[in-house]
Ligand binder design. Structure first.
Ligand code: FAD
Length: 257
């Protein structure tokens, strides 16, 4: 992807800085709340790291680290302490490769309590569903099940985890292809947007809308006989995986927040 000039982040782009910041926050802050990890939570962690090792579209140093952590985790027995996990994450020959602080770009809120990590976590999982499809994953549920487990075991917003689990339980079985996985996450994210529109957590500068809006993707919409708007799902899929969005991640340094 081409490098863009510093300035306002583009709403049609994904920024590596958001993805790496999501990794930093998840692996060094969210997981750190668990001194030791075993049972279902350990399975969740293994699956999360496994999909990151396979599909995170990052710098070679970052993907190398994720792969090393993946191998280490597969070798562990029933319990992993967070301190051992953290030591493995940060023990590459060049020291730690993930950034030590968050730096939101596309996920920067107008106030420090808006957007940030939850925005970047959605973005990360959308990117991973698109990457899994692009690289020919044979298991359409691999990324979504890992997301479901990660959110269920670790996501700090417990109310979000309950809502997400309800949606997964209801309809994840209907996902039988990698394209359907990309679209399932898109449509469930829109349900969440719909539910949260107008809520106090909404950043007034980033209103919760059905996404992508007609301004971002006119061809994603069709007019029904009753004059209502409906989706053209093939166009939505193309938008999600194409140069317009999750298929093309811009480098960290391309935009100043
Ligand atoms: P977000 O909704 O976080 O979206 C991030 C970016 O993704 C957007 O900027 C846009 O570029 C893109 N995007 C938006 N919609 C879509 C879509 N449909 N498909 C693909 N890309 C899209 N908060 C609550 O208060 N209650 C909840 O129950 C809740 N559940 C959550 C469940 C999960 C799994 C996650 C990760 C977060 C949840 N949140 C919930 C947080 C909430 O959804 C938002 O992440 C948060 O309010 C920040 O919103 P945002 O404006 O940055 O956009």
């Amino acid at each position: 992807p081409g490098v863009v000039r510093a300035g306002k982040p583009r709403p049609t782009r994904v920024y590596m800085s958001d993805l790496e910041s999501a990794l930093h926050y998840s692996l060094r802050v969210e997981l750190a709340a668990h001194t030791s990890i075993s049972g279902k939570a350990l399975t969740s962690l293994r699956q999360f790291i496994s999909i990151l090792a396979k599909y995170f579209p990052g710098r070679p140093a970052v993907t190398g680290t994720l792969k090393a952590v993946d191998v280490w985790l597969q070798e562990q027995k029933e319990t992993v302490t967070y301190s051992d996990f953290r030591a493995t994450l940060d023990s590459t020959t060049n020291g730690s490769v993930l950034p030590e602080v968050v730096r939101w770009v596309g996920c920067q809120g107008s106030r420090k309590w808006f957007r940030g990590y939850p925005c970047a976590l959605w973005t990360l999982f959308h990117v991973l569903t698109v990457q899994a499809k692009a690289t020919g994953s044979t298991d359409p549920l691999e990324v979504l099940q890992a997301m479901r487990r990660y959110v269920g075991s670790f996501f700090g917003c417990r109310e979000c985890a309950i809502h997400f689990e309800r949606m997964a339980k209801e309809s994840l079985v209907s996902v039988t292809t990698p394209s359907a996985a990309v679209l399932w996450l898109w449509s469930r994210h829109n349900r969440v947007n719909n539910r949260l529109a107008g809520a106090p957590s909404e950043d007034p500068y980033f209103p919760k809308v059905q996404w992508p809006s007609p301004e971002l993707c006119r061809s994603c919409y069709k007019l029904t006989l009753g004059g209502e708007h409906d989706w053209r799902k093939e166009e939505v899929l193309a938008f999600l995986q194409g140069m317009g969005h999750f298929g093309a991640v811009l480098p960290t340094t391309s935009v100043r927040p």
